[in-house]
Design a protein around this ligand. Sequence first.
Ligand code: DC
Length: 210
Amino acid sequence: MIIAIDGPTASGKGTIAKRVAAHYGFHLLDTGLLYRAVARAVLDVGQSLEDSEAATTCARKLDFGALDESRLRTREIGDAASVVSAYPGVRQALFEGQRLFAQKKPGAVLDGRDIGTVICPEAEAKLFITASSEIRAHRRWLELVKLDPALSEESILADIRRRDERDSNRSNAPLKIADDARLLDTSLMDIETASREALRLIEASLSRQG
Ligand code: DC
C-alpha cells in the first residue's frame, strides 16, 4: 500500500504525512530530506551548487538510512535543495531508492513534490496539500523567528515564492497536482483539522478502490 503526499513548502504536508504514517503503522519517507542531503553533501565537499555533475555524484552516493535531520532542516539547505533537485541526474540517482522504499510492507507514505506524478503513479491514495503563499510564509516565520528574532515575514515570503517558482517551473518532474490526486487546501485549517481531513480523503480514495 502506497500513500503519496505532495505539495509546496510549509503547506503542512510534513506533519500530515507523519500523522498519516502513524495512523496506519506505515513507513515514512520525507523525500525533501534526500534533496537536502544532496545539497549538504555538495557543499561539504566544497563544490558549487551550480555543478550538476558534482551534485549527481553526491546523489549516487547518498545513504537513505543516514540522513542527519538536524543538519538538513535549515533555511539555506532548503533553498540549496531546490537548486540541486532541478538536475535530471540527481532525480534519476534518487529514483530507484524511493521506488524500493515505497514497496515496504505493510505500507509506505512518501511525501514530496513528484510522488504521485513520477515516483509512485500507482499509489493507492494521493493527496496534494497546499495553502496560500502568505499563510505558508506566516507559518514558517512563526517557526523560525524563535531562532532568529530579527527575521522578517517578508523575507520568508520572498523565499517561499522563489522556491515555488523554481520547483514548479523546472522541466524535470515539476511540482504539480496528479490528475487523480485529492486536493487539500489547509489555508484556513489548524494542523489538527488538516490531519483529520487528510485521513478522511485517504479513506475515501481507499474505499473507492476496495
Ligand atoms: O520539502 P522540502 O522543503 O524539504 O524540499 C526541499 C527541496 O527539495 C524542494 O524545494 C524541492 C525539492 N524536492 C523535490 O524536488 N522533489 C521532492 N520529491 C521533494 C523535494
